[in-house]
Design a protein around this ligand. Structure first.
Ligand SMILES: C[S@@+](CC[C@H](N)C(=O)[O-])C[C@H]1O[C@@H](n2cnc3c(N)ncnc32)[C@H](O)[C@@H]1O
Length: 384
């Protein structure tokens, strides 16, 4: 991806050392202020010497009405990295607020504790702190994002975290999105952020900032209630078969841009993953995802599907060409009734009718293990 650090690549190379700007944290967290009163906040991938998450919560402790702030600092073994994690032992801090009324978190007000281990968020020591926390807020290592989210879900924590929007197509993560257990926050302008880092920045000159990298496809993920996810996407276009062709292998129409979703189509619609940024579960239902190995989603009981030689385990195929990952959605018709979605979550709207597979339909191909959204496999027809 020209002009950007690609997080998929960062993930593979385990390039996890980039640091969030205070302004980005402020811009997002201003929408969540009501959630923090009397809560214990944990930032568990945060060296307090460089973490603006620690800065934000310690300086806003009283204003948010926090009960306690815990920050854990991973002792990274790689000394070449930008991190200042250069003390002999990993530490964690706890802060109970301003005691001397100077409105600044002074060193003597911050309790410093040493870990026996390296402060890995998966270690038992860190898990004990996680159990104590109400809300976890951080930018975790992208290379461990799946594990990181799985742990939050296991311990049933509330969270606001930064991640790569490609995570949406991941086979463990997507069901959480589909079932309204995780949603996107307000996000970064244009879906890209600048982070402090020593990695080489390949951003175009106009977008280059000294000492920073530009990261594309970055977003906030949360399970805290926010107004944004109850706002309807305003639609302008109406359906016609010419502009909205059906896929070769799914009984669903293709939409390349979220703004072009037709307002009057009641069938299945394939939309790009950027749709998730506009998703309101009262307006649309998410049915499944069409991506490499998405047959594992088992949503074919709902959406008519015919295996296609080009579909690599479930990608949508349009005019014999695979398209980028598509989320299959269906418009809700608000009836005021509380209903169950086809995946079990209760929402308002009309219950979608399960599709009955006709007997003469081709049998499903054997489920294979093609990784989701492998960039080498998928894109042939880029979104406009
Ligand atoms: C993307 S950086 C973000 C740092 C900080 N949260 C921020 O936003 O400025 C992710 C951080 O997680 C740390 N990290 C890597 N692996 C970790 C692990 N297993 N447990 C805890 N932290 C880890 C890295 O050293 C890195 O500093």
């Amino acid at each position: 991806m020209a002009g950007n650090i690609n997080l998929h690549a960062a993930n593979k190379a385990k390039k996890d050392e980039f640091y969030t700007q205070l302004v980005d944290i402020e811009n997002e967290l201003k929408h969540y202020k009501q959630h923090f009163k009397d809560k214990i906040v944990l930032c568990n991938c945060d060296d307090p010497r460089v973490s603006n998450f620690f800065h934000y919560f310690s300086f806003n402790f009283e204003q948010l009405g926090l009960k306690k702030l815990i920050t854990t600092c991973y002792k990274n073994q790689n000394r070449d990295l930008f991190s200042k994690n250069d003390s002999d032992r990993a530490i964690w801090l706890e802060y109970f607020g301003d005691r001397n009324n100077n409105r600044v978190p002074d060193p003597e007000e911050i309790g410093i504790h040493y870990f026996n281990g390296d402060g890995d968020f998966r270690s038992q020591e860190c898990i004990e702190l996680l159990k104590e926390a109400d809300i976890v807020v951080t930018n975790p290592p992208f290379s461990l994002f799946r594990e990181y989210v799985a742990q939050l879900m296991k311990y049933e924590k509330k969270f606001v975290i930064i991640g790569n929007q490609n995570a949406i197509t991941n086979k463990e993560f997507f069901p959480l999105i589909r079932d309204n257990k995780i949603w996107l926050g307000y996000g970064f302008k244009g879906g890209a952020g600048h982070f402090f880092s020593r990695y080489e920045d390949t951003a175009t000159a106009g977008d280059h900032r000294a000492g920073m990298i530009r990261v594309s496809g970055v977003n906030w993920f949360t399970n805290l209630e926010i107004q944004k996810r109850h706002e309807n996407l305003i639609l302008y276009r109406t359906y016609n078969p010419k502009d909205y062709p059906k896929y070769d292998n799914y009984d669903a129409i293709n939409v390349d841009k979220t703004v072009d979703i037709p307002m009057d189509y009641d069938g299945f619609i394939g939309v790009p993953i950027t749709f998730m940024d506009k998703y309101n579960p009262e307006q649309f239902e998410i049915i499944g995802i069409c991506a490499g190995n998405s047959r594992l989603n088992k949503f074919y009981g709902i959406v008519p599907y015919t295996p296609h030689v080009e579909d690599r385990g479930g990608c949508a195929v349009l005019n014999s060409k695979r398209v980028y990952s598509r989320i299959l959605i269906r418009r809700r018709k608000p009836t005021g009734d509380v209903v169950e979605t086809c995946h079990g979550a209760s929402l308002q709207g009309e219950h979608p009718k399960p599709y009955e597979q006709p007997e003469n339909t081709l049998p499903l191909a054997a489920e294979d293990e093609i990784p989701y959204n492998n960039p080498k496999d998928v894109p042939h027809t880029p979104s406009k």
